[in-house]
Design a protein. Sequence first.
Length: 95
Amino acid sequence: MSAIDNKHLIEVIAINVQSGTSKKTGNPYEIHTAQAALVDQAGNIDTVGVLDIPPDLRDKVKPGIFSGTFAMKTNFANGRIESVLTGLVPVPTKP
């Protein structure tokens, strides 16, 4: 059994916020996502995509480079086990 690497270098390019009212409950909602790139140790972009930002990290996320940690959790909407962002630490950039 191999170890799971749950830390990744992430470049946040832009933040998007979608808000509205739930048709089912009538409650307001906000969905925060980031246009992001996973960066390898050499500083090259490995892949680009959209990263869901959980409510407890919304105030910490802004464009920049971060060390991100992830955990595996069940998505109760579809029953799939997915990785979920659990932490972000800014990475100092070289001048």
